[in-house]
Design a protein around this ligand. Structure first.
Ligand SMILES: Cc1cc2nc3c(=O)[nH]c(=O)nc-3n(C[C@H](O)[C@H](O)[C@H](O)COP(=O)(O)OP(=O)(O)OC[C@H]3O[C@@H](n4cnc5c(N)ncnc54)[C@H](O)[C@@H]3O)c2cc1C
Ligand code: SF4
Ligand code: SF4
Ligand code: SF4
Length: 395
């Protein structure tokens, strides 16, 4: 029995979850991405793993796309979250009505893992995008099935390949709301953990309790925390890991041909950053902390949106506007032309050296500084001066 082709395997883990003969385990590549392997001596050739694999048998696509620009009315939730805060609002609504939520949290070693949550206190751990490939582990598959089996209702918010996996695993269970994020790529868990180890050593950090990329005071900066104490911060353009994520070079191989990067989705509801926002909304002070793109695809999506409608600002928008503004609604991310060289250098010299020092990748650093200066210039030099400087340069 064979699984899907390696370059199409997202590591979602459904094959592992459905095999009742304990015949599947995972191996990890140099970037820390997992791939299933079959133990032939245990496999009885039942074909279930292949049948349930979303890369072999794609799950159904929803064609309804009711599009909104939205954000949480509660300023604190809006401020802390990556974009508009709708993830937290939806999950809280489900938990408060007796259900469960599945979202991404850090485990004790700062692996991004999907966890089942049924209390509002723990739900805070899901806030903020973790820009690293996350995985659904063994116990979580079982817990989702058992909770649905006992009649509970729930919501899962995750990457589209994970949502497809859950849809296949649960046969699109009527009590489970599937919410996908827009996703341009899952970044290397191995480079992420190397980066944390490097920073710990370099900055002599004893204890890290939190890591953030998005939301709060340091939105779009890479920050390390011990409780409320900020230990380290660096910009998305200069922190080597965050910058690598933004440059798209260290994604899972399957991301460069992602079957979910298109306008019609596998979920009940899609949420993301609202890129390409109309200028009428840019002037609104509430959009300063980010806004959510929300796209409803099914009755389940519609019903959770109706339930939280009084807790959010929402404006109906043409879906074409969102599709035009967000690349991942149109096509998968392109792999940078020097990806192979970077991967070779990482396996030879390690992540930190490759990004910062290897001459092959000096362009990385040059591009990073240029992008950083450009952003700082835009942020701190008022428009009137920019126009004046441009005028002087032209004349
Ligand atoms: C790897 C990744 C790539 C993304 N790429 C894009 C993009 O190209 N364009 C775009 O518009 N938006 C992208 N997003 C989505 C965006 O960053 C926000 O998560 C989204 O707008 C939701 O914002 P929020 O304020 O509602 O959520 P927040 O409160 O910030 O919560 C985020 C939700 O996402 C889940 N989550 C966080 N990290 C992960 C992870 N690693 N794996 C699975 N689930 C996770 C959490 O469980 C939580 O429910 C990406 C997110 C991730 C994690
Ligand atoms: S089910 Fe997921 S992990 Fe298994 S082979 Fe298919 S894509 Fe890979
Ligand atoms: S064919 Fe059946 S027994 Fe063999 S690995 Fe797949 S699910 Fe397990
Ligand atoms: S780009 Fe596609 S395959 Fe890659 S993590 Fe995102 S949804 Fe999964």
């Amino acid at each position: 029995m064979g699984l899907c082709e390696r370059e199409k395997c997202t590591g979602c883990g459904v094959c592992f979850a459905v095999c009742s003969h304990d015949a599947i385990s995972f191996v990890y590549d140099d970037l820390g991405f997992r791939y299933p392997v079959i133990n032939a001596s245990r496999c009885v050739d039942c074909g279930l793993c292949s049948l349930k694999c979303p890369s072999v048998n794609p799950v159904s696509i929803e064609e309804r796309n009711d599009c909104y620009l939205s954000w949480a009315i509660d300023d604190r939730i809006h401020y802390d979250s990556a974009s508009g805060g709708l993830s937290y609002i939806m999950c809280r609504r489900i938990i408060e009505s007796g259900g469960f939520a599945v979202g991404c949290i850090w485990d004790e070693n700062f692996n991004a893992v999907m966890g089942v949550i049924d209390n509002v206190h723990d739900l805070r751990k899901t806030i903020g995008s973790k820009y690293v490939q996350s995985y659904i582990n063994d116990s979580v598959w079982k817990e989702i099935k058992s909770r649905l089996g006992s009649g509970q209702h729930g919501i899962i918010i995750g990457l589209p390949c994970q949502i497809a996996a859950i849809k296949s695993y649960t046969n699109n269970h009527r009590n489970l709301i599937l919410c996908d994020l827009l996703c341009h790529g899952g970044c290397s868990p191995r480079c992420f953990s190397d980066h944390i180890t490097y920073l710990k050593r370099k900055k002599r950090l004893q204890k890290i309790t939190g890591i953030r990329f998005r939301g709060g005071k340091y939105n779009c900066q890479f920050t390390l925390w011990n409780g409320d104490k900020l230990l380290y911060k660096d910009w998305q353009y200069t922190d080597s890991y965050f910058y690598s994520f933004m440059k798209h070079g260290l994604f899972h191989e399957s991301c460069y041909q992602c079957q979910y990067a298109k306008a019609n989705r596998v979920s009940d509801i899609t949420i993301a950053d609202y890129w390409g926002i109309d200028s009428e909304f840019v002037k609104n002070k509430h959009t300063m902390n980010g806004t959510n793109l929300v796209v409803l695809h099914s009755g389940k999506g519609q019903s959770i949106f109706n339930e939280i409608r009084h807790m959010v600002e929402a404006y109906e928008r043409p879906y074409e506007e969102a599709v035009a503004g967000n690349d991942t609604l149109r096509a998968p991310t392109d792999a940078p032309s020097d990806r192979e060289q970077i991967l070779k250098s990482i396996s030879q010299y390690g992540f930190e050296y490759t990004i910062k020092k290897d001459p092959v990748n000096r362009r990385y650093i040059f591009d990073a500084r240029k992008a950083f200066l450009k952003a700082a210039f835009r942020k701190y030099i008022p428009n009137i001066f920019v126009k004046l400087i441009k005028h002087v340069l032209r004349s």
